[in-house]
Design a protein. Sequence first.
Length: 148
Amino acid sequence: MTDDEKDMNDEHKQFISEEDEELKHIREKKIREWKEKKRKMSAELAHLTDSNFNKIVNQNHLALIDFWAPWCGPCLALAPTIEELAEEYFGKIFVGKLNVDENPITAERFKIFSIPTLIIMKDGREVDRIVGLVPKKHIEAVLRKHLG
C-alpha cells in the first residue's frame, strides 16, 4: 500500500468514525425523545367508566380515582393537581378519573354525594377517601400512607 493510499485509508476511517459518533448521538437523542413521549402518554389519566372500572382498578395494586363532573368548579380546579400526581407517581400509583354524570352506577356504588371525591383503592378495595378541594400536599400525605 502506498503512502497516499494509507493516508486516504486513515482519512476514510476518521470520516467513518466521526459519522458513527454522529449517528450514535442522533440515536441516543431519538431514544430519549421516544422514552419521554412514552412516559407522558403512559402518565395520561385513564378515563374510567361503569363498564371498565372493576377491570382497570383490579389490575392495579394502588389506585387514586377522581370522581368529578365537568360542571363542578372545584373539580376543574383540582384537575391540574391530579394530572401532576399521575405524572409524579407514574409506575407507583394508577390515577384515573370517573365522570359521575356519565357513570352513575359506579358513583352510586361508592356513595359519591359530593364532588370532587378522591378514592384511594388498594388491591381493588377502598382504603381511603378525600372529599373536596384539598391541597396537593394533603393528597400526597394520604398516598404515602398507602405506598408503604
